[in-house]
Design a protein around this ligand. Sequence first.
Ligand code: ACO
Length: 339
Amino acid sequence: MEFIETVKGKAREEQMRIVLPEGTEERTLKAADRLISEGIARVILLGNPEEIHHLASEYYLENIGAAEIVDPLDNPKAGEYAALMVRLRSHKGVTEPIALELLKDPLYLGAVMVKAGDADGEVAGADNATGDVLRPALQYVKTAPGVNVISGSFIMNIPDTMFGDHGMMIFADCAVHPNPSATELAEIAVSTGRTARAIVGMEPRIAMLSFSTKGSAKHEMVDKVVEATRLAREIDPTLEIDGELQADAAIVPGIGAKKAPGSNIAGKANVLVFPSLDVGNIAYKLVQRMAKATAVGPILQGMAAPVNDLSRGCSVEDIVSLAAITACQAQAAKRERKL
Ligand code: ACO
């Protein structure tokens, strides 16, 4: 996909340190080898060094020697990280012994390395459920200033180029927040608009989706989307956003013109914001399978530093792509910190 090649190119411009907690997982190790050989990122692998080197030779991987390896069970920085964890979460009952125990879990260690600034971003999930990847990041990396809700978007490349920008669209939230309030949905829309600009280089036209278009149905679920649309416009007036719209009114010009005349978004949306995780997750998987779209993500939005979660069915290429996206998010976060 052309978009991913552009992202990889951006990532190469300033190599970021990406921690891969599943350091002994076959696809992760193969992806690490490619990230190093293609100059996309500096790689930190978590796991037993002997096992990692043994597996690397078994898979004929020649570049793993250039990765930094941190052993969660023999980590010289464990004490320092535990102190940081206690500082951040003593109010939640985290004590030094608890922190030291948590740090033996590579998913906690990875998140804390990001928080400590020893890694610029993290990619995990080839071998772990979404919740287990996200929880340490939500607890320790936390949200970016001014953001309260983390969500997950997918960049969808749809073979039928009549949709979005020549087939390119962004869907959210498809991965994180099960039942957002109107305020949270507004934040998800704004974060997704920013992802569109920062990662895809796309000027977002955001449709807030519902089963109703401009009052065609009355229900509290519709009211939520209407209110979220109003709030999102308030949070970021630079974004083009409209709702509530049904999916067909959002993406098919003829239907958009009929159901929502005068809308600047109807019929030409390139960002779809779903009213709940149920809808978003189901929709992206259906489009991926039935329309044979490529789905890149989920890209976590709103985190203080990038942490991204893979699907357990991911390929080596998926890991390389998500690591490149994570590196670009880390570059953007670094630029923002300098402002
Ligand atoms: N944004 C910001 N912070 C959050 C969010 C969010 N969306 N969700 C939880 N948090 C924070 C909480 O405030 C809490 O902080 P605190 O401990 O400092 O008070 C911390 O994260 C833990 O929150 P819990 O609700 O206790 O965490 P829990 O583990 O129950 O849930 C999780 C969080 C894992 C994200 C959960 O909402 C979840 O499982 N979501 C669905 C994930 C999923 O299965 N997605 C579908 C599959 S993905 C795919 O198909 C690609």
